[in-house]
Design a protein around this ligand. Structure first.
Ligand SMILES: Cc1ncc(COP(=O)(O)O)c(C=O)c1O
Length: 170
């Protein structure tokens, strides 16, 4: 199953976990204490709650901006930014981020920053963030992934083999 999903997401490696929130949880563990996550101002409620939890428990820094505006993202990026987390389209407001332009901007300002996309509101057939230079994509499987709303899982697709090994194998 993971190999099939990896192919669909154009990932070198895919992981299946118990839910979309579990997927985000293992991804956020890549952010060390004191480092920053830049994310949207309209996010699935559970994502907001998990980010707040990680802020309190792990000491990560979380900045919420309007990810439909490139300048808003640019404004908060620092050399310390470890992750840009894009939910696009967002749930519930269906706000859209310009993924390729954001990736280009992030690579210029903080080359080591990971660009992560919550692609739950699309399917990999309609939007493939790894093809646009993102590092990690994830889905809640209970939405459009199977087309039938009959799955319960989370899936994570990772672009580089090094990140898959160093970030997710231990
Ligand atoms: C955009 C988005 N991301 C993540 C999740 C969380 O997924 P799960 O319910 O599988 O943990 C949801 C669930 O509604 C969602 O809408």
């Amino acid at each position: 199953v993971e190999a099939h999903i990896a192919k669909l997401m154009k990932a070198t490696r895919a992981l299946c976990v118990s839910s979309g929130m579990t997927a985000l949880d293992i991804i956020l563990r890549l952010v060390p204490s004191g480092q920053q996550v830049v994310c949207g101002d309209d996010l699935y409620g559970g994502t907001n709650r998990l980010l707040s939890f990680m802020k309190q428990q792990n000491g990560i820094v979380v900045d919420h901006v309007d990810t439909t505006r490139l300048e808003a993202i640019q404004h908060v990026l620092t050399p310390n930014t470890r992750m840009v987390l894009l939910e696009t389209p967002t749930n519930p407001l269906i706000k859209i981020a310009d993924i390729p332009r954001i990736v280009e901007c992030v690579r210029q300002i903080c080359p080591d920053c990971l660009v992560v996309v919550d692609n739950t509101m699309m399917s990999p057939y309609l939007q493939n963030p790894l093809e646009w230079g993102c590092d990690i994509v994830y889905h809640s499987g209970t939405k459009y992934l199977s087309g039938h709303h009959d799955l319960m899982c989370g899936v994570v697709g990772i672009k580089s083999p090094e990140l898959a090994e160093v970030g997710f194998d231990s």
